[in-house]
Each structure stands twice: as structure tokens, then as C-alpha cells.
Design a binder for this molecule. Structure first.
Ligand code: AMP
Length: 284
């Protein structure tokens, strides 16, 4: 049944239709995003459609969540092409799109945060203080407001995914977490809403991130892996490394040897634009 796409801007309306309206009674699958949608997001929507099944409901949220930004300039520069996003969602067969504003999501005197205290200590959590508190808090709110059965997240943000899985486990949240693989440009650059903010020269340079990680991942020694990736990234005159780390794929703690599945993860700055990427490395 094609019921067209419904645009909803308040939490009460969202819960109202998803829980009260007969046509939304099927399996509800949520895709949380911050908008500026690209093929990576659309792959998540496709997976959500598959998970929801023919009678299920695909809900996409678009909300640039201020409390997960550690820098005001990054929040203010975040692209918000809402019209284009709505058209993409419509074309992708999204059933409900939730676009709340900040006052709708957060009471002025809000005083509750969801904090994950282990996996969020390293990588992006170490260099972006409070980021994952903001992510966990908004994701839990979106789960509650949409009463979703499942939610799809990109493997691109693997630390975010691990932390959300941990939150769901620790707090008994009745939502199945589904992972969707990273979508890349043909030159290897991981798609990101921030890519449009790269200058021409920086966009030309940016494929070196994935190239450096992929080359380093062929090595078998933890130190050599880090050194090789650091050297390759250092060859770029344009980027600045925020962090480069080899971590255990489960605990996200730094490792000195490849005895377990590991992840080589990086965050770089091109001027003020911050990009992340990672590769998985299996033990020999
Ligand atoms: P964002 O709008 O950047 O907060 O991302 C919303 C969701 O899309 C998150 O689950 C991301 O991991 C996912 N995502 C972003 N970029 C990609 C990509 N290139 N491939 C797959 N998933 C992605």
C-alpha cells in the first residue's frame, strides 16, 4: 500500500500517528540522520525498507542535534538543504519523515543526559568532549518518540554504532540495531554530509585518507601499521591529523599487537572540516 510520505514536526504528532494510526501498525524502522542526505543515507533507507517488509513503516528523522557538537562553528556550518532532503526521501519511498526543531526536542531546562562511560572514552569521544552524550541522548529520544522496532546505523560511524549497541544492551531498549556498510565515492572517499564543505583542492586530496588506511591495513605489525598510515597521511600538505589509532574492534581500546580483530581509525581536519574513516584489520 502506498500511503505517500508524511512530514511530521512534533514528537507528539509522531507518536500519535505511529501508535494510533492503523496504516502505521506494521514493523517500524527508524533511520536517524542529520540531513544533507547522500547515497550513504539512502543505502540505510533501502535497508530499512527491506527490514520493515511490505507492511512496515520507514521513518527517517532529520535533526541537526546541537548537543552533540563540540564546536559552534561546525554546528553553524552544517549543511541543511531540507527541500532536497525531502525530495530524496520521497523518491526513496520513506513513509514518515520527522523534522523537529531544537525547542521541540529539548526543554529549556532539560537536565538529563545519557552517558556511555567506556567505549566513548577513546577516538572521537576523546577529541570531541560530550559528543557521544549528545548522540546517545538524542538517539534514545528518537527511539522513544518513534516507538521503532528497529533502527539502521552506518558502519562508517563505527564508534557511534558500538556505543548505541552498548546503550541498547545496558538499558534494555527494545530496538534492534541494524548495521549498514560504508558507501564510498569511486575514489574511495567515504560519503559524508561534510564533504560538500571541502574546497576543490581538499576534495582532490581527500581520497588519500582511505588509501593510507587501506595500505597500512595490509601490514601485520601494529607499530608498522600506525607508522605507515601516519607517514602516508603526513605526505598530504592539506590535512591535519586529529587522531590516528589502532583499537580493539570490541573494546575500542588501543592495541599494540594484532591478536584480535582491530580497527584502524582516523579523524582529520581539512581546515575546519573534520572527516573520519576507518578500516577493519583481522588478526593474521
Ligand atoms: P549523519 O547524518 O552523518 O548523522 O548520519 C546518519 C547515519 O548515516 C549514521 O548512521 C551514519 O553512520 C550513516 N552514514 C553517514 N555516512 C555514511 C556512509 N558514507 N555510508 C554509510 N552510512 C553512512
Amino acid at each position: 500500500m502506498d500511503i505517500g510520505m508524511q512530514l511530521v514536526t512534533t514528537g507528539s504528532e509522531l507518536r500519535g500517528i505511529l501508535l494510533g494510526d492503523e496504516q502505521y501498525a506494521g514493523r517500524r524502522v527508524l533511520v536517524p540522520t542529520m540531513g544533507a542526505l547522500h547515497r550513504g543515507h539512502l543505502a540505510l533507507v533501502k535497508q530499512a525498507r527491506h527490514e520493515a517488509g511490505p507492511n512496515g513503516v520507514v521513518v527517517v528523522s532529520i535533526f541537526v542535534n546541537p548537543i552533540q557538537f563540540d564546536r559552534v562553528d561546525d554546528l553553524e556550518a552544517y549543511p541543511q538543504p531540507l527541500e532536497a532532503d525531502l525530495m530524496l526521501c520521497q523518491a526513496a519511498g520513506v513513509d514518515v519523515i520527522f523534522v523537529p526543531d531544537v525547542r521541540e526536542m529539548y526543554a529549556g531546562d532539560r537536565s538529563t543526559l545519557v552517558t556511555e562511560k567506556s567505549l566513548s572514552r577513546t577516538l572521537c569521544g576523546a577529541t570531541r568532549p560530550g559528543h557521544f552524550d549528545g548522540v546517545c541522548t538524542v538517539v534514545l529520544k528518537l527511539f522513544m518518540l518513534s516507538a521503532c522496532h528497529a533502527a539502521v546505523f552506518g558502519e562508517k560511524d563505527f564508534q557511534q554504532l558500538a556505543i548505541i549497541r552498548r546503550m541498547v544492551r545496558d538499558l534494555d531498549v527494545p530496538v534492534t540495531i541494524i548495521e549498514s556498510p560504508t558507501i564510498r565515492e569511486s575514489d574511495g572517499l567515504a560519503l559524508s554530509s561534510r564533504n560538500v564543505r571541502l574546497s576543490h583542492a581538499h576534495r582532490e586530496d581527500a581520497p588519500c585518507i582511505y588509501m593510507a588506511l587501506s595500505e597500512a591495513a595490509m601490514l601485520r605489525d601494529a607499530n608498522e601499521i600506525i607508522q605507515h598510515a601516519r607517514k602516508k597521511l603526513g605526505d598530504s600538505k592539506h590535512l591535519k591529523i586529529d587522531y590516528l589509532s589502532l583499537v580493539d574492534a570490541e573494546t575500542l581500546q588501543p592495541v599494540n599487537e594484532l591478536s584480535h580483530p582491530s580497527i584502524l581509525a582516523v579523524a582529520v581536519f581539512y581546515d575546519e572540516v573534520r572527516l573520519i574513516d576507518h578500516v577493519r584489520i583481522s588478526p593474521a
